[in-house]
Design a protein around this ligand. Structure first.
Ligand SMILES: [Zn+2]
Length: 1077
């Protein structure tokens, strides 16, 4: 579930300007299930304790939309660690409401007491964190190990939020999203646990959400109502006896989409091979070939067994009353009796001999069909829990070996030319036992032994040679910075919870994961004392001498997709053959009954069970970010935001891209990457990377583009973004200076690797985020900012990669590329018109101001001979307005349809559009997901460009989905909302507009508004319009979106070639077919 919320929360943090992209991203972060379905970055020592430095930007167009929503918000802890332990607040009770306090610790890392309670009657455990953070967080986690791949926990996770005893609302989740001020609302299935977190800054709203979640997990309607199981899990669909039988179901379809992705099969096989004897060999998300084995009875039993307080761990965090928490929980828990629930995962015993596995994956018949093997080497590191210091050491080791492009093991793989991109992030500690996995994809199958040899020989070398002092210093600074800064786009309470749960769930001490300071300083002094062979020992004992090693080779099989489909078809035919005529009639009836039920809205009486907030609970005025603006010499501008950042300085320098000639645009993303990945005139890539690691919390460089409302021309900048402790601001500016002015742009080998990596990234984006990709193509037909993105990272860019790669191979070609890269630099780098944005406390800001002036003064002026005058982008960059099928090997579709409301319908922006759009999204969600069986469906209105876009995500349908879209205007016209319904819709919208932001995100949002010319006055007008939304506005917006159904509407879908052709049979000349992979 909850793609909906996830998309919103991840994007609104970084934007906030006008919530522009929040909606565009509604379904952009697929589900919540990344924890089990995607190869993860290694984040050892607790779920997210050691984050790698900010990821380098991928090309803007890759995301299909403007770039500025993508960077994860970085979050310094607001409450600095207190110097000494304060007294325990009086409000803390040792015994209350059936709970007894077990343990209390002051966690200085977060300046909070952390209390562990036990519920006397059921044995349920609770961690309660009382502090001053207004973004209150609640969570409940159940251990849910599996013994097959039917996906029970995942289907249950979806189904639980489809109504409960006290809240009998089928669309409970969309109702909550629609009507609450939540800052986070989600559920996640992991390999061995299921987690339900919510957050809100409004206390009344928070308690309401907690109550709904508790009622839903303990008393969900789905365990008595088979239809919910069928809808969310799987069912046979038969519309009439003349049609073929098919499988439908939200999770069934979601998993089909995930299994179509290129990396998923590899990751699955690695886990199967590493853990042949315990639950991790199965897929808790569900294998589409196995999901239809699941019965409703098994599903019911699973809930009865695991969703019990004795198998639950609860979490509360924030500034609400700590005693009220106990009371709320006890009101649910007291109805249960204590019980023994066996839910622990068996330990995988380490094997004594290495193994190897060869499997196949479904490949398209692309140009490089035979070049695409996946090869990896993996180990389970231990069959005992690691002690805290070993875990910390392992985190450092992993960072040293793989954490940056210059890290020796990653570099060796990149430089080997054996494959297109590194897979597996090394150490992973999110399961009960830590494991390590690493390899390459895009490998010639004949070279697969070489990949394994390279990894082991490099490990041997590192075990002997160790790491340089400067590399270790950089690792320490980077890791410490990210620990202190607590980077995460999640609410802080949630990050903390996920860390604690990482140990707590395995009956280990939850406190160790959140108290890292002492372990870190003892580890640092151990390193300083010269005991550096700590790393060599680890490499030998955990990897080289460990025989529980698995080599996985995954080879391409162009036939496999067809075979899988044929198998499914045969299975369905057999099932149908076994049914009597009466059974078939019953199935047709059931199919239409299920559809009817899904299409019937929840009655108003049922909806009234969720207590609603009032409009008076919403602040009438916008929140402003403190901003001072100063004109500097040569037309440069300095923006400063005085905010508490726990002594971190966040700084952005923006350079106008209009001076870059259009023909060079495709090279811009590669130029941005090259700046930090080839070294400088005086430093190697290793030295430069280490200096960045020693002096800063990370520097990233990426193109930023956006439409500007009311203007034909977009804004387009190269953004240089960095963060450092206040005392290192001068070092960071020196670094930026050196990178911009003296970065080498002549490393042919590295450039070739980057081209290959970008290609892999974009291809992956098309398959995983097809909806954004399709929306980006559509926008590029009318909106110049989108067209720039398309040129820099979309399909046009992808198509140009092979010729670029060829060009680089020849000496003349490489000379040309090099001089193009230098041409971009000289066009771009001038202080005139540059904008520098900084966010920190006043004392830091005043110091940095002078440093910024020096930084700018050292850049060339516009009068320099190399400077180019800014130009306008030509309309020739826009794509032709046409329908397109983008064909890739996939089992599902991503269907988008769009028009431009400003240009095609003469619509004038009114704040009410946000409310209507959000309301329409809930309807589309029902039609496309609940009825249609897609994983998600949404619409997005961009108030800057005027693009209005429908999108579906992992959709089994195509033309039917377009029909649904076309019914939107009539649906909006048919509405006549009661006052209560309108209020709910407005409040839900305000929840997005006022999305919680950490200080750096506030500063960045202010910069974005500055670039787009969005004034506070305008924002206030919009806010007033939102708060005043009426039924009339719904009708007006219906008229505006009529143009999407009409002649102006265009369709782009990411789909399979067969499907695209079958559409042409039904509708000749409907679209142009473009085969991509
Ligand atoms: Zn899901």
């Amino acid at each position: 579930m909850s793609t909906l919320r996830r998309g919103l929360s991840s994007s609104s943090v970084a934007v906030g300007a006008w919530r522009t992209k929040a909606v565009a991203r509604i379904i952009s972060v697929p589900c919540t299930r990344t924890a089990i379905h995607m190869p993860r970055q290694a984040v050892p020592f607790g779920a997210s304790l050691l984050l790698a430095p900010p990821r380098r930007r991928v090309p803007g167009g890759l995301m299909g939309r403007q770039s500025f929503h993508v960077l994860a918000a970085a979050a310094p802890t607001e409450a600095p660690a207190a110097p000494s332990t304060p007294p325990l607040p009086d409000s803390i009770k040792n015994k209350a409401h059936g709970f007894t306090l077990q343990c209390t610790q002051f966690v200085k890392e977060y300046g909070s007491y952390v209390l562990l309670y036990k519920h006397d009657k059921t044995g349920a455990e609770l961690i309660s964190v009382p502090n001053s953070d207004e973004n209150k967080t609640f969570g409940v986690v159940f251990r849910t190990p599996v013994d097959d791949s039917t996906g029970i926990p995942h289907i249950l996770e979806h189904s639980v939020l489809c109504g409960s005893r006290k809240y009998p609302i089928k669309k409970l989740i969309s109702e909550l999203t629609k009507s609450s001020l939540q800052t986070y609302l989600n559920a996640t299935t992991f390999a061995d646990r299921t987690c339900y977190p919510v957050a809100s800054t409004n206390t009344q709203d928070f308690y309401k959400l907690v109550d709904v979640y508790l009622d839903a997990v303990f008393y969900p309607s789905c365990v008595s109502d088979r239809r919910i199981f069928e809808q969310e899990g799987w069912h046979f669909e038969l519309n009439s006896k003349k049609e073929p039988l098919t499988y439908k179901g939200v999770v069934f379809n979601e998993m089909k989409g995930i299994y179509s992705s290129l990396d998923k099969p590899h990751y699955r096989i690695v886990l199967q091979a590493l853990f042949p004897d315990n639950a991790y060999r199965h897929d808790s998300g569900g294998d589409p070939e196995v999901i239809p084995d699941l019965t409703f009875e098994q599903f019911q039993q699973f809930h009865a067994k695991y969703y019990h307080p004795s198998n639950a761990r609860f979490w509360f965090y924030g500034d609400d009353d700590p005693v009220k928490r106990l009371e709320l929980l006890d009101s649910y828990l007291k109805e249960f009796e204590r019980r023994d629930v066996n839910s622990s995962v068996e330990t995988q015993k380490l094997k004594r001999t290495p193994r190897s596995v060869t499997e196949y994956y479904a490949a398209g018949d692309g140009e490089e069909g035979e070049q695409k093997a996946y090869v990896s080497v993996s180990w389970v590191l231990s069959d005992n829990p690691l002690d805290v210091e070993t875990e910390l050491a392992l985190g450092f080791l992993n960072y040293l070996m793989l954490g940056t492009p210059a890290a020796p093991l990653r570099k060796a793989l990149n430089d080997s030319q054996l494959g297109a991109a590194v897979i597996g992030g090394g150490v992973d500690t999110q399961l009960k036992q830590p494991y390590f996995t690493l390899g390459l994809k895009g490998v010639d199958p004949a070279d697969s032994d070489k990949v394994e040899e390279l990894i082991t020989s490099k490990l041997k070398e590192l075990a002997t040679s160790g790491f340089s002092a400067s590399a270790i210093e950089a690792a320490i600074n980077t890791i410490e910075f990210s620990l202190r800064e607590n980077i995460n786009s999640n609410p802080r309470g949630l990050s903390l919870m996920l860390r604690a749960v990482g140990a707590w769930i395995y009956d280990r001490d939850p406190f160790t994961q959140i108290q890292w300071e002492d372990a870190l300083s003892s580890f640092k002094s151990k390193l300083a004392s010269g005991h550096q062979d700590v790393f060599g020992q680890l490499i030998r004992s955990l990897l080289l001498d460990n025989q529980h090693r698995v080599t996985v080779r995954l080879l391409p099989d162009p036939e496999l997709a067809a075979t899988t489909e044929a198998k499914e078809k045969a299975r369905l035919e057999a099932a149908r053959g076994a049914m009597t005529d009466d059974q078939l009639d019953a199935l047709v009836k059931n199919t239409s009954a299920l559809k009817e039920l899904q299409e019937t809205p929840d009655p108003p009486q049922a909806l009234a069970c969720i207590p609603a907030l009032q409009l008076s609970d919403i602040p009438p005025t916008i929140t402003k970010v403190p901003t001072s603006s100063k004109a500097l010499a040569d037309g440069a501008t300095l923006l400063a935001h005085d905010l508490f950042t726990n002594d971190v300085l966040y700084l952005e320098a923006a350079f106008d891209m209009r001076s870059v000639p259009a023909r060079l645009l495709p090279l811009v993303p590669l130029f941005c990457l090259s700046l930090t990945q080839m070294g400088t005139s005086s430093e190697s890539i290793v030295e430069l990377t280490e200096r960045i690691g020693r002096k800063t919390g990370g520097i990233s460089i990426y193109p930023f583009t956006s439409a500007v409302r009311g203007k034909e021309q977009p804004v387009a900048y190269i953004m240089v973004r960095g963060k450092a402790m206040g005392g290192k601001s001068a070092d960071m500016l020196d670094l930026m200076h050196d990178i911009l002015l003296t970065a080498r742009l002549d490393d042919k080998q590295r450039f070739t690797q980057m081209v290959a990596e970008i290609k892999v990234l974009i291809e992956r984006g098309i398959i995983m985020d097809g909806h954004s990709f399709a929306a980006g193509r559509l926008a590029a037909q009318c909106d110049m900012a989108a067209a720039l993105n398309e040129t820099m990272g979309g399909l046009s860019f992808l198509k140009s990669i092979p010729s670029l790669a060829k060009k680089v191979e020849t000496d003349d070609g490489w000379q040309e590329v090099k001089s193009d890269l230098e041409a971009i630099r000289s066009a771009l780098l001038q202080r005139n018109g540059a904008i520098v944005n900084m966010t920190a406390d006043a004392a830091t800001l005043s110091v940095v101001e002078g440093q910024v002036s020096n930084f700018l003064a050292a850049l060339p002026a516009a009068s320099a001979p190399t400077a180019k005058a800014p130009q306008s982008w030509s309309n020739a960059l826009l794509l032709p307005r046409t329908n397109e099928a983008i064909c890739v090997p996939t089992q599902v579709n991503y269907v988008a349809k769009a028009a431009n409301l400003f240009k095609d319908a003469g619509y004038e922006l009114n704040g009410s559009a946000y409310v209507v759009e959000k309301y329409l999204n809930a309807w589309l969600w029902d039609r496309v997901r609940v009825v249609g069986g897609a994983y998600g469906g949404s619409c997005s209105f961009d108030p800057l460009s005027g693009m209005f876009t429908y999108m579906s995500y992992r959709d089994p349908n195509l033309l039917d989905t377009l029909d649904t879209y076309d019914g939107s205007a009539d649906y909006l016209r048919s509405l006549n909302l009661s006052k209560d319904e309108l209020t709910k819709a407005i409040i839900g919208t305000m929840g997005n507009i006022d999305a919680y932001q950490l200080p750096d995100a506030k500063g960045y949002s202010a910069l974005v508004r500055h670039l787009l010319g969005v004034t506070d006055e305008e924002r206030q007008i919009q806010r007033d319009q939102i708060l005043g939304t009426s039924n009339k506005d719904f009708k007006a917006f219906a008229d505006a979106i009529e143009c999407v159904r009409g002649a102006a509407g265009r369709v782009v879908a990411v789909t399979s070639l067969d499907k695209a052709k079958s559409v042409l049979n039904e509708k000749p000349n409907f679209w142009e077919i473009k085969s991509v992979l």
